[in-house]
Structures are given as structure tokens and as C-alpha cells.
Design a binder for this molecule. Structure first.
Ligand code: CAP
Ligand code: MG
Length: 432
């Protein structure tokens, strides 16, 4: 007697429909399980199957089945019918293709590389409120990069030190935004409401003195979405255009809620990806950063950290570039790395490059990303400057100017003292 029906979910002749959602997995079956057996389990457990045959089957079932339809070595494509998923819900999607299958004994390793969503599914997502348009609409400039600085050390500054010693200094030094660190929320030594209040006060002063638009990426990551909304309201009440959220730690429901609120208050979201490495770093298991970035653009995260390639944090150039392109435009398939994706009316998001950057590394970041559609964050690489945060900020701005002018950094440093001092301290070193 047949006890399982996994093979019903494999059809190598299946031609996906225009409305199917296509997932690209990298998979390794456990010893003793054939690739086809593993492929059946992947499509079954992530759609509507289970481990045993059943006497009672709903009539609709054939319409809900996913099919493993294409295999190339360890790479597998599975087609899912749209009817399977609640529309407009990322949690509703992930509980299938990113759910139980990742723990099944039959697969030793499984990685969700990318998902191609049809327009019919995309139309229920609104995407970023500003995205890359923030450069023009918020900062009133023609091109990027948007610049930001996180106070370092990560934690310990009081709200006043945060807003004045770091915020006001770097704003005056030419930086656009002061940014909370991922683990700064509402601690006793730096209360959220006091921080917002003081940041607004010093932002106004810096704007008056520099004539430039200044903003902040203030972290609204909280224990629940009601509290998160309260914090967004406080930030909005102080005339900031952005708020920041730890997108992985807070969870997809929270990010979807935050995106709705960003629309309500006409704000933009800075997405910090702390914790992503627990899911994305293992090349054989989990999901890719590229796919995580796709979900964030769909939901409506305007800025998202995706790596530097050359800084202190892990990230392979090929994937970072593929992700950056996917976040900013319609893209085609790259074998085993990315699926094609059309975005319809969803605005481009802005990739953020951050982590171990300093002026000496910025030209290489711009070679990878360009300077027009990018936000950068330089924390230690501003405040570690021998002459302090404001000089550090100036050195960053000088590195950007020199790149725009096509002048090598070392030449520009001859006439720019802050850049000269920064290169004197860090040179062109890549931190690890
Ligand atoms: C960078 C940073 C950012 C990381 C996040 C830090 O500080 O504030 O959180 O860049 O990683 O805490 O390390 P520095 P990613 O500029 O002083 O390195 O951007 O890769 O998500
Ligand atoms: Mg940080």
C-alpha cells in the first residue's frame, strides 16, 4: 500500500503558468534519499502535502499543489500556484516555501536563493514610499550618496551626548543623518523620547547653520507594534522624515505594519538587517540576503543594509551586486544566483553600504555601487578620526567630493587636512 504521495509533487515536464510563483532552492538530500525524493518533499511540505496518504482529500487540492519542475545539479525550481497564498502577506507566503521544509530530515541542507513573483501577486504590495526618490524629495539633491553616522561606541552615550556630541558634530561636518545603532532602543541611559527631542533641537540648529536638510534614522524597534507606532508618532511629531527599524529582529508582521504607518505619516523607513546573518550567512542553508532584500522592497522599506563587500562584514561581491540591481531596477535571471523580477509600479529602494567603512575605502564602495543610488554609513570611520567626529565627517564628505571630481584620494588629501588625517590613520585598510 502506498503510504506517501511526495512523487505527486514532482513533474519535470510541468510548464509554469504566468501567474505561478517560482522559487529557486539550492538543496542537498540526506544520504539515502534521491534528488527526486527530496524534490518531492520540498514541493509537498512547502505547499499543501503531508508525510502520509490520506483517505479524505479536498476537491480544490490539485489547484494548490506546487511542482518541482526543474533541476540543475543542486539547484531546484519549484512552481507554486497563486491560489495557495493569502495576498499581500509576507508571513502568509514565508510559512510555506520558507517553513517546515528547512527542518525536514530528508534534506541535509536547503537554501532559498530567490523567488520570482508574478505581477498578479506583486500588485498587493505598495513598496517604498520614497525609496531612492528620498535623495531628491527629502534631501533636495540631484544625486546620492545619502550619508549617515552611527554614534560609536554602539551603546553608552546619553541622549544629550548622542544628539549633541555626535549628531550635531557630524551634521555640521556635512553628513545628512545621524543613525541609531541596531541595539539602541529605549535604554535607561539613553531614553527614546529624550533622544528624539534633543535630536530635533540640534537638527534645527545644524540646518540653520549649514543651510542643508538634516534627518535621522531613529530606531523604533520595540516589544510590540503598538509601542512601535507610538515611537513612530513621536519621531513624526518632531518633523523627521525617516524612522529606522531592525527588520529581521522585529519580524515581517512588524515591518509590514511599519510600512503602512510610513505611508500614513508620509515617512521613509531605514531598514537595519541585524540578525540576518543567522539566516543568510551559511551558503548551503537558510535564505539569501538577496531574497530578504526583495521582500523588504516589496513591503516598503526605503533604505536597506546589504553590505560593503570590502568592509568588516561578510558578503560576496557577486551577490551584493545582484541584490543591489534587484533593489533598484527590473532584473533578469543570473544562473543559480537570482531569478528575473519585474517590479511594475513599485519604486526602487536604496541600498545601504555600511560596516567598517572609512574615507580610504569609499572609492571602492562607489566603484561597486556607484554614487547616485546609495546610502552609506560610516560610524567608527568618522568618530575615530584623530581630530574628532566633525573632522571625521568632513573627511568622509571630502572623499565623496574627490570621487565625484575624479581625483585620487591621496591627491585630494594634499589640500584637505581632514581627509589627510583620516588617510594617515587608516590608509586604505580593510577591517576584518
Ligand atoms: C556599522 C554598524 C552597522 C553595520 C551593520 C555596526 O558601524 O553600525 O550596524 O554596518 O551591518 O554596528 O557595525 P561602523 P550591515 O561604521 O562603525 O562599522 O550594514 O552589513 O548590515
Ligand atoms: Mg550598528
Amino acid at each position: 500500500m502506498k503510504t506517501d504521495w511526495y512523487s505527486d509533487f514532482v513533474n519535470w515536464d510541468y510548464k509554469p503558468k504566468k501567474t505561478d510563483i517560482i522559487c529557486l532552492f539550492r538543496f542537498e538530500p540526506r544520504k539515502g534519499i534521491s534528488p527526486a525524493e527530496a524534490a518531492g518533499r520540498i514541493a509537498s511540505e512547502s505547499s499543501c502535502g503531508t508525510w502520509t496518504t490520506l483517505p479524505l482529500m479536498p476537491k480544490i487540492l490539485p489547484k494548490l499543489k506546487a511542482y518541482s519542475f526543474h533541476r540543475n545539479g543542486n539547484f531546484l525550481k519549484v512552481a507554486y500556484p497563486l491560489e495557495l497564498f493569502e495576498r499581500g502577506s509576507i508571513p502568509g507566503f514565508l510559512s510555506g516555501p520558507a517553513g517546515n521544509i528547512f527542518g525536514m530530515k530528508a534534506v541535509k541542507n536547503l537554501r532559498l536563493v530567490d523567488v520570482q513573483f508574478p505581477m498578479e501577486y506583486m500588485k498587493d504590495f505598495r513598496g517604498p514610499n520614497y525609496g531612492k526618490e528620498a535623495i531628491k524629495k527629502i534631501f533636495k539633491r540631484k544625486h546620492g550618496p545619502i550619508t549617515s553616522v552611527v554614534p560609536k561606541p554602539k551603546l553608552g552615550f546619553s541622549s544629550k551626548e548622542h544628539a549633541f556630541n555626535v549628531g550635531y558634530s557630524v551634521w555640521k561636518g556635512g553628513i545628512d543623518c545621524i543613525k541609531d545603532d541596531e541595539n539602541l532602543t529605549n535604554q535607561n541611559f539613553n531614553k527614546f523620547a529624550t533622544r528624539v527631542n534633543l535630536l530635533a533641537k540640534y537638527r534645527d540648529k545644524a540646518e540653520k547653520e549649514t543651510g542643508d536638510v538634516k534627518d535621522a534614522f531613529i530606531n523604533v524597534t520595540a516589544s510590540n507594534t503598538k509601542e512601535m507606532e507610538k515611537r513612530i508618532k513621536i519621531i513624526h511629531g518632531h518633523d523627521f522624515k525617516y524612522f529606522m527599524i531592525d527588520v529581521v529582529i522585529s519580524g515581517f508582521t512588524a515591518v509590514q505594519t511599519a510600512a503602512d504607518l510610513a505611508r500614513d505619516y508620509d515617512m521613509a523607513i531605514h531598514g537595519h538587517r541585524a540578525m540576518h546573518s543567522m539566516i543568510t550567512r551559511n551558503e548551503k542553508h537558510g535564505m539569501t540576503m538577496l531574497f530578504l532584500a526583495k521582500l523588504m522592497r516589496m513591503i516598503g522599506v526605503d533604505n536597506l543594509h546589504i553590505g560593503t563587500v570590502i568592509g568588516k562584514l561578510e558578503g560576496v561581491e557577486e551577490e551584493v551586486v545582484a541584490a543591489k540591481d534587484m533593489m533598484t531596477s527590473d532584473v533578469g535571471e543570473i544562473k543559480n544566483l537570482r531569478l528575473g523580477q519585474n517590479w511594475g509600479n513599485i519604486k526602487p529602494a536604496l541600498p545601504v553600504s555600511s560596516g567598517g567603512l572609512h574615507p580610504g575605502l569609499l572609492p571602492q564602495v562607489f566603484d561597486i555601487y556607484g554614487t547616485t543610488d546609495i546610502a552609506i554609513q560610516v560610524g567608527g570611520g568618522t568618530q575615530g578620526h584623530p581630530a574628532g567626529a566633525e573632522a571625521g565627517a568632513r573627511a568622509v564628505m571630502q572623499a565623496i567630493e574627490s570621487y565625484h571630481l575624479g581625483i585620487p584620494l591621496s591627491d585630494y588629501a594634499k589640500t584637505h587636512v581632514e581627509l589627510h588625517a583620516a588617510l594617515g590613520k587608516w590608509g586604505f585598510t580593510k577591517p576584518i
